[in-house]
Write a protein that binds this ligand. Structure first.
Ligand SMILES: Cc1cc2nc3c(=O)[nH]c(=O)nc-3n(C[C@H](O)[C@H](O)[C@H](O)COP(=O)(O)OP(=O)(O)OC[C@H]3O[C@@H](n4cnc5c(N)ncnc54)[C@H](O)[C@@H]3O)c2cc1C
Ligand SMILES: NC(=O)c1ccc[n+]([C@@H]2O[C@H](COP(=O)([O-])OP(=O)(O)OC[C@H]3O[C@@H](n4cnc5c(N)ncnc54)[C@H](O)[C@@H]3O)[C@@H](O)[C@H]2O)c1
Length: 457
């Protein structure tokens, strides 16, 4: 049996595990960073998620501008516009490789890297695949999540991509079927469609992005349906022919449709990575979905072990796991802070773009809150008209009496950036609408749309 190595801190996970590690290093702690994917240091965000997909979407947005240049008096020979798909993909992978190399240099210089899977062998000890035993004053688990692949007969044999394989492409598919109606379907569906792939999207519900405020989801679905073919139904079988992949869909009217395309992308959610961790042996409880149960301070049932990020199965966003990682670290040092997701924002980088924070109108109703809703369109403000009055709006939900901002939802250009003023307002003073209303906004800018909806409330 090998000797036990003891550290001040062990962070398990090469993604947001780095957040706790970074905080620990600021306090001169001795840190072990454990990951089973050293070639993908930086985790999902850097390798298979936020950064590579948004890098790809930059090309999609540019293509959209080129296609619509005519509207602003710029005549382009559209037939001469060519997509160098291989180059788009290679540039993304090159940037990714540089980012990973940078993270790896940092980990190898400042921490003790343990490049292995680990599992608990008791409440104090982790063991690597080659039998190294590790203990620490504090352990942070950020082992992330992986794609859920539905059990559709024939799917494995037919062959499919998830968000990981799709980033390895060299050639653009002429046609693509996507299973799923959430974030990845909306973002990657937009990428492929904007570059000219014929995209068919299979969604269980008639509306896409059902977690959004109803009006946002409805208007997004309507606009997105002009870009891709939307099919509502349940995929029940998949198969491959010599040239195609086919998905049989049981449609809502009791019928059946066979959808065919060159390739198939599965985007049906993500599940926490806890298999093989032997969490129970470590005194850590899992929920029915296999996510790690934590309390309000992000502590597991084992007091020396904290968990955060996708593995706790809450809001699976990079900014959320970064927030949680900092909070978990401070709590390990005795701060006693509670997580508060009330102003945890999110964005869908599709077209139209979505940015949102706080409660949806549906959630306000479910909580029997006394609220009012105010809406303004892009065309209601000068900058909105300058950019062509695009389809889009801002929706504000305010609690009557307290005047607290309950939620803010935007659909349209810049939505992901524009919501931040409201995120700050929700955290300023009493979280009421006053701070936005009394602030001067530059004219003519899109933040004036935010101001306009607050003024109209
Ligand atoms: C396609 C896509 C696009 C996305 N876009 C965005 C976006 O635009 N904005 C946003 O905020 N979020 C986005 N997300 C979500 C975001 O990427 C995740 O929420 C975030 O990266 C989760 O970080 P994490 O540290 O919890 O997990 P990960 O980054 O997945 O890290 C988990 C780490 O744990 C390691 N590991 C797992 N099990 C073990 C074990 N037993 N032993 C050792 N190591 C182990 C893994 O190798 C990995 O290094 C996107 C996700 C996807 C899939
Ligand atoms: N911009 C961002 O922040 C961003 C972007 C991409 C991904 N993410 C994160 O990654 C997570 C995973 O993304 P996702 O799009 O895979 O999941 P999702 O949870 O957003 O959507 C899953 C979709 O798949 C559908 N679905 C589930 N099972 C199905 C089945 N058997 N057949 C047909 N449809 C089925 C659901 O109805 C839903 O529409 C997101 O929830 C989000 O947390 C974030």
């Amino acid at each position: 049996m090998s000797a036990i190595q003891h550290f001040d801190v062990i962070a398990v996970g090469g993604g947001s595990g780095l957040t706790a590690a970074w905080h620990a290093l600021q306090e001169n702690c001795d840190v072990a960073l454990v990951t089973d994917q050293p070639e993908a240091l930086g985790g999902t965000c850097v390798n298979f998620g936020c950064i590579p997909t948004k890098t790809l979407l930059q090309s999609a947005e540019l293509m959209d501008s080129v296609r619509h240049a005519e509207r602003f008096g710029i005549h382009l020979d559209q037939a001469s516009v060519q997509v160098d798909f291989a180059r788009i993909m290679q540039q993304m992978r090159h940037a990714r490789a540089e980012a990973v190399a940078g993270v790896r240099r940092w980990v190898e210089t400042e921490m003790t890297p343990i490049f292995s899977r680990v599992r608990f062998i008791d409440e104090r000890t982790l063991e690597s695949a080659d039998g190294q035993r590790l203990t620490a004053d504090h352990i942070f688990l950020a082992t992330g999540a992986r794609p859920v692949v539905p059990e559709i007969p024939g799917l494995a044999e037919a062959g499919y991509w998830t968000n990981e394989e799709v980033l390895e492409l060299e050639a653009q598919p002429a046609s693509l079927v996507i299973i799923g109606g959430g974030y990845i379907a909306a973002e990657l569906g937009y990428f492929f469609a904007a570059l000219g792939t014929r995209v068919t999207l299979i969604s269980r519900s008639p509306r896409l992005l059902t977690g959004e405020d109803d009006e946002i989801s409805e208007r997004f679905t309507r606009a997105f349906g002009e870009r891709v073919e939307l099919v509502t139904g349940e995929p029940v079988e998949a198969r491959a022919t010599a040239t195609q992949r086919q998905v049989v869909v049981a449609t809502a009217d009791g019928g059946e449709r066979v959808l065919a395309a060159e390739q198939l992308l599965v985007a049906t959610g993500r599940r926490a990575n806890t298999e093989g961790l032997e969490a129970e042996t470590g005194g850590i409880e899992l929920d029915a979905q296999g996510a790690i149960r934590v309390d309000e301070q992000l502590r597991t049932r084992n007091p020396r072990v904290f968990a955060y990020g996708d593995v706790i199965g809450r809001a699976m966003f990079k900014h959320t796991s970064s927030y949680e990682g900092g909070l978990a670290w401070r709590n390990a040092r005795g701060a006693g802070e509670r997580v508060d997701y009330r102003s945890n924002p999110h964005a869908v980088f599709s077209h139209p773009q979505i940015g949102a924070v706080g409660l949806t109108e549906r959630e306000c109703r479910a909580r029997a809150l006394d609220y009012r809703v105010t809406t303004r369109e892009y065309g209601d403000v000068a900058r909105g008209r300058i950019i062509g009055a695009p389809d889009g709006l801002a929706r504000l939900l305010v609690e009557r009496g307290s005047e607290r901002i309950l939620g803010f939802h935007m659909l349209g250009p810049g939505a992901a950036e524009l919501i931040h003023e409201v995120v700050v307002a929700m955290n300023a003073g009493d979280g009421s609408t006053a701070s936005v209303r009394r602030s001067i906004h530059v004219h003519p800018t899109l933040p004036e749309l935010v101001r306009a909806v607050f003024d109209a409330d």
